[in-house]
Design a protein around this ligand. Sequence first.
Ligand code: MG
Length: 170
Amino acid sequence: MLRIGHGYDLHRLEPLAPDGAGRPFVLGGVSIAHDRGPVGHSDGDALLHAITDAILGALGEPDIGQLFPDNDPQWKGADSAVFLNEATRRMRARGFELVNLDATIICERPKIGPAKAGMRAHLARLLGCTETLVNLKGKTHEKVDAVGEGRAIEVHVVALLSSGTSANGR
Ligand code: MG
């Protein structure tokens, strides 16, 4: 059986503390040097959040905000890998494997291209699959609106899951 899920996330980007509320910029579990960072209850990793929600969505499970409320002190500053690990645990518990996922990362700065290979390798490790199942695309927002002005980062993800055992790429 195949199931598809969509995940979306946006985080405001602010100057790093103490000038603003931005946390160090981390995306897909990879730190990227930037003078701004995401504002969030956890580490603010929009890519991990969107992948988590895509997998949970495909399974028809509660979403990331329901499982890990942003007013729960337990998740303050949390490594978002914890959220993705729970989503993949639920995926395997339900007998599903990832067929592939495709992510679109939209931000004006920093440039995503140079970090893509590292993010892809890290995501494959977290998901327990080969890198070929994880695709990342970086785009700008053409300088318009908050994303284009560098004040936010936005991520869209679609993930396809299969309950077969031969579609996990391992
Ligand atoms: Mg988020």
